[in-house]
Design a protein around this ligand. Structure first.
Ligand SMILES: Cc1cc2nc3c(=O)[nH]c(=O)nc-3n(C[C@H](O)[C@H](O)[C@H](O)COP(=O)(O)OP(=O)(O)OC[C@H]3O[C@@H](n4cnc5c(N)ncnc54)[C@H](O)[C@@H]3O)c2cc1C
Ligand code: FES
Length: 264
């Protein structure tokens, strides 16, 4: 884990509430793996709020890209920060996705702003000579679908669904997933999105015997480094009297085997 202060290279609005930030983070960026995240100290708000966690969207050499949605005080303030301003970042943090296997079909699923977390997986596959994974992107509406062109440029076949039917297949991402799993029941799934989406993806994967599914949870976090237990989730623990235990999503996750999580 590193702590770096570095000037922001770019911080631009993609569309609507979505923004893309790039920053040269030296060794921190080079150490990053798909599914990990960073804790960002928002400039001018140091005294007021905790660091904010963001998935590592992509890394090019020592330059890291984050894609974020403005939802509150911290992200709104971040969107106002000009290139050249120093940003203090802690990372890379957490337990990321396992390497995509070379010997089975791989499918990346992203819901809403969590599409950002999946681009690094696709880039990793391309950089390691793996076949391009299929990508399924789901969101409420067309304006919430992110990075579709970036996935296509990496050679990924992209399927899109929107809840309101404004773009792609109308309905939930699991409609697309079911079609994929019927063709490729041994698929390796890697997903990031809101918890209801991840639960639906996990339960669908369980219906197909050969499928393997890892999910990245975006629990609300405080310290981000495993110290405060503010981000715990219930996981199965057959060896305990109650059959479950708490795990910290920041340090034990954010990526978990979907079958390890107590979804109810
Ligand atoms: C591991 C991880 C990776 C993340 N990656 C990204 C990313 O790549 N892009 C991105 O846009 N956001 C990401 N998030 C969510 C992001 O951290 C929050 O949106 C941000 O912290 C909100 O800060 P704020 O001060 O603007 O909002 P606040 O003023 O603190 O809160 C505004 C609203 O956002 C909600 N909120 C706060 N934290 C979260 C959270 N973790 N998940 C869902 N809702 C939250 C609050 O409940 C509230 O309703 C990630 C979160 C985690 C834990
Ligand atoms: S946020 Fe403190 S332990 Fe996870």
């Amino acid at each position: 884990m590193y702590q770096f202060s570095s000037p922001i290279l770019t911080n631009e609005c993609l569309h609507g509430a979505y923004h893309r930030l790039t920053i040269d983070l030296g060794e921190l960026a080079k150490a990053a793996r798909p599914g990990q995240f960073v804790q960002v100290q928002i400039p001018n708000l140091e005294g007021h709020i905790l660091r904010r966690p963001f998935s590592i969207c992509d890394v090019d050499g020592s330059v890291m890209m984050l894609v974020y949605k403005t939802v509150g005080t911290g992200t709104a303030a971040l969107a106002e920060v000009r290139p050249g301003t120093e940003l203090n970042i802690l990372g890379p943090l957490g337990h990321g996705f396992d390497e995509l296997p070379a010997d089975r079909p791989c499918v990346l699923l992203g819901g809403g702003y969590c599409c950002a977390a999946m681009l690094f997986c696709a880039h990793w596959a391309a950089a390691h000579g793996r076949p391009a994974p299929q990508v399924l992107l789901g969101a409420r509406s067309q304006s919430d679908i992110l990075l579709e062109e970036e996935f296509r440029r990496l050679g990924c076949q992209v399927g899109v669904s929107t809840d309101d039917g404004s773009y792609g297949m109308p309905g939930r991402i699991t409609v697309l997933l079911e079609a994929v799993l019927k063709r490729q029941p041994n698929a390796w799934l890697a997903a990031c999105g809101p918890k209801p989406m991840l639960k639906a993806v996990a339960l669908m994967a369980e219906q197909f015997n050969g499928a393997h599914c890892q999910v990245s949870l975006d629990e609300i976090m405080c310290c981000g480094v495993g110290a405060c237990f503010g981000c715990v989730i219930k996981c199965k623990a057959p060896d305990t009297p109650q059959g479950w235990c708490y795990k910290r999503s920041c340090a034990d996750g954010p990526v978990f085997e979907s079958t390890d999580i107590c979804w109810d």
